[in-house]
Write a protein of this length. Sequence first.
Length: 223
Amino acid sequence: MWCVGVLSAEYRRRMYELLELYARPWRADERVICIDEKSKQLLGDSRAGLPMTPGKPRRFDHEYVRRGTCNVFVAVEPLGGRRITQITEHRGKTDFVRFTQRVIDGAYRSARRIHLVLDNLSTHFRRCFIETLGTKAARRLLRRVVFHYTPKHASWLNMAEIELSVLGRQFLNRRFDERKALAREVAAWQRRRNAQRRTIRWSFTRPDADRALGRHYVSTLAC
């Protein structure tokens, strides 16, 4: 938040709301799901590299050929130890809505309520579902959904960023030259992580936030 300077009442309200949400115990009928996306540049080798050998990773020349870009969607249920991924050609409104629809109507169709944690990207709002699916279908899809947005310039409060960071460190930073190959690798990674039931334990609380950020607060928030 160093680039923000001061933290408004709205910033604090949204931050407190998310910290309270993350502090709740896991419930089978009420799921907390964080969604985020990341652009990935597709790069091909300009010349043949050296294959992987025992004790040595695959090696390739620093020069590359650009193959375009694609998008990686990640939805993670922090306490449930479950994540859903999808590779799309674009990251527009329709792509986001279709991915979220897959999450809600597929993996979590039996949940009574779904809390979606999102950042403030223009494609992430309720109106985008209406524009893509139509009013009736959007209402049906979202009837069980509660939206929670991170404060502006505070996407660190979205735990999907943690999952994307893990994905990046474990293999996404490698060079991929086509979307299908990337999709296969991401799907395999998802299966492994889900089989291991890797969870995220959020430990940053409201008192922690007040101690760390209190000097930047610009107004008193009655809570």
